[in-house]
Design a binder for this molecule. Structure first.
Ligand code: 0RQ
Length: 503
């Protein structure tokens, strides 16, 4: 028996990616696997892109709607975007080619909370799902799938799609068997029941993704790595941001508001998140848990050093070095890592019950604590809201982290008014920059403005912000959240006009 394709009927459906792509039609809505550059189909989307290019050369239309877990990679988002083959894309993305097309207005992009995607699909909000294209590590004897390096929305796409194409990737380690936990207890309102998860280590589901073999129209074998971009070495700014946050945790422990094992951590992706994780290790923390979306290198490190006991997520996002380390000690990690569907990893009910400490990056914050996570100067999207909102609104603490300036100081990440709002002032408890930390809990808007300016703004922008706030205090009609409406977004306009927010 083949180690990867253990179901005879499905073994008979093996074909090339080009043959599988022939089965895809213009106008389809396709649910694809993939979350933060892990577990996405690697060859069918490229073959589909080639077909699209050929079809467009004949002056015929060929575009599809692409629904995923989160961001994928050049072989999926990049290839389909370059072929001008995406009509609508949702949710999170981070591909440069796709981003450019979205920002040129050449295609539609729907940026929604990651925990909402599955339920919206079940509610019928996205219409019919014609096809699922899902990467798997193996096909089990009963036709179910051993998921690969991400679970994302795969359960939902497999259940809802009329037809399924499976990519079996020989690069994905079979030793991942047992790491996944696929929960089948979700129902639609009014029939929902509590989700029986009380701690991050709980397993509440099944190891494999159910699949009706009759729906499978093609099985394609691949042997290709995930995107696995390398991380930049930690810079001083990230270390300072991390240090400020960890000092705050210590303060909270001393005040008795947090236990020394903290509460389940949710950590965004990127350099600052990795610096926070490194800081927890250096700070001597142990026995912590993570209830998060993505396992990045920093988490492996914490697991190996018993700083973290367990990490629950929906995906990996490892560097090449991280992958080697993971494979080296896979038996160790299998006992400590659980990959769930993203509707569970990000579920507001669970984030609220567990009391997660949410730590996410941002583009800018305003003096009142509103957060922009997605847009440059209000109109150009970077990536998307991802899971930050799922955790920010429902967590025990909601922390947002950024350097105080961007673009070599030409941009202040603390502004009078955010140019786009992802997380409102009501959802934010802590803002951290390399300058310091603003604890916004229990503060009114005017009190918040004072601490945000004093603690978080860069010295080269602090006087400008103080001046704005003082004039707003005097001249604003309403004094609850004082603003000078004519001026509130003028910093962004100045940046667009001159490349610098400073006059
Ligand atoms: O652009 O590389 O062209 O210079 O934004 O900024 O500093 O590299 O920071 O990689 O941590 O990303 C918010 C985008 C931060 C990310 C964001 C420019 C800056 C640079 C990236 P360049 P950095 P990071 C879990 C949670 C939303 C999703 C989320 C993100 C680029 O954290 O996408 O939280 N978050 N998910 O120069 C203009 C500013 C700017 C700015 C930064 N104020 N104005 N440009 N930049 N600040 C994961 C998932 O949900 C899957």
């Amino acid at each position: 028996v083949d180690k990867r394709i253990r179901h005879a009927g499905l073994a008979a459906k093996v074909m090339t990616a080009a043959e599988a792509a022939e089965l895809i039609d213009h106008g389809m809505t396709i649910g694809m696997s993939g979350f933060t550059g892990a577990g996405y189909p690697k060859s069918v989307p490229q073959a589909l892109a080639a077909r699209m290019v050929a079809t467009h050369e004949r002056d015929e239309p060929f575009r599809v709607r692409v629904l995923t877990g989160a961001s994928t990679a050049p072989e999926l988002d990049g290839a389909l975007a370059r072929a001008d083959g995406i009509d609508l894309r949702l949710p999170y993305q981070s591909d440069p080619e796709l981003r450019a097309r979205i920002n040129r207005g050449e295609m539609d992009y729907l940026d929604i909370h990651l925990s909402h995607v599955a339920q919206y699909a079940w509610f019928g909000f996205f219409g019919k799902i014609d096809l699922a294209v899902i990467e798997a590590t193996a096909i089990m004897p009963d036709g179910s799938l051993m998921a690969s390096s991400s679970v994302g929305n795969n359960k939902t796409w497999l259940d809802l799609a009329d037809k399924v194409i499976v990519e079996v990737n020989h690069w994905q380690p079979l030793e991942m068997d047992g790491m996944h936990d696929i929960y089948y207890g979700t129902a639609l309102p009014p029939h929902r029941k509590p989700i029986p998860l009380l701690k991050p280590s709980d397993r509440i589901g099944e190891p494999y993704l159910r699949l009706d073999p009759d729906k499978v129209i093609a099985v394609v074998e691949t042997n290709a790595p995930d995107r696995n971009s390398a991380f930049a070495p930690l810079d001083d700014c990230s270390r300072q941001i991390a240090g400020n946050l960890i000092e705050f945790f210590r303060h909270e422990i001393a005040r008795g508001r947090l236990d020394k094992q903290l509460l389940p951590l949710q950590s965004g992706v990127g350099n600052i998140a990795n610096a926070v994780l490194a800081g927890l290790r250096e700070g001597g923390f142990s026995g912590l848990n993570a209830f998060t979306e993505v396992i990045q290198d920093g988490m492996l490190d914490l697991l190996e050093h018993d700083v973290l006991s367990v990490a629950s997520a929906t995906s990996f996002s490892l560097s090449p070095a991280g992958i080697e380390r993971f494979l080296d000690k896979i038996d160790f990690f299998r006992k400590r890592i659980i990959l769930r569907t993203q509707e569970i990893s990000n579920h507001p009910e669970l984030v609220r019950r567990l009391g997660c400490i949410a730590m996410n990056g941002m583009v800018e914050a305003d003096i009142y604590g509103n957060i922009n996570s997605t847009h440059v100067a209000g109109t150009s999207i970077i990536n998307g809201i991802g899971g930050s909102g799922d955790f920010a609104r429902n967590g025990f603490l909601s922390c947002f982290l950024t350097p105080s300036t961007a673009k070599n100081g030409a941009v202040s990440c603390i502004v009078p008014m955010v140019s786009h709002v992802d997380h409102t002032e009501h959802d934010v408890s802590v803002i951290v920059t390399e300058q310091g930390l603003a604890d916004l809990r229990g503060l009114s808007p005017r009190q918040r403005a004072k601490v945000v300016i004093e603690r978080c703004a860069h010295p080269s922008y602090r006087p400008m912000l103080q001046d704005y706030f003082e004039r707003a205090l005097h001249n604003s009609r309403g004094k609850h959240t004082p603003h000078l409406l004519q001026e509130a977004l003028s910093w962004h306009q100045r940046f667009l006009d001159s490349g610098d927010m400073r006059p």
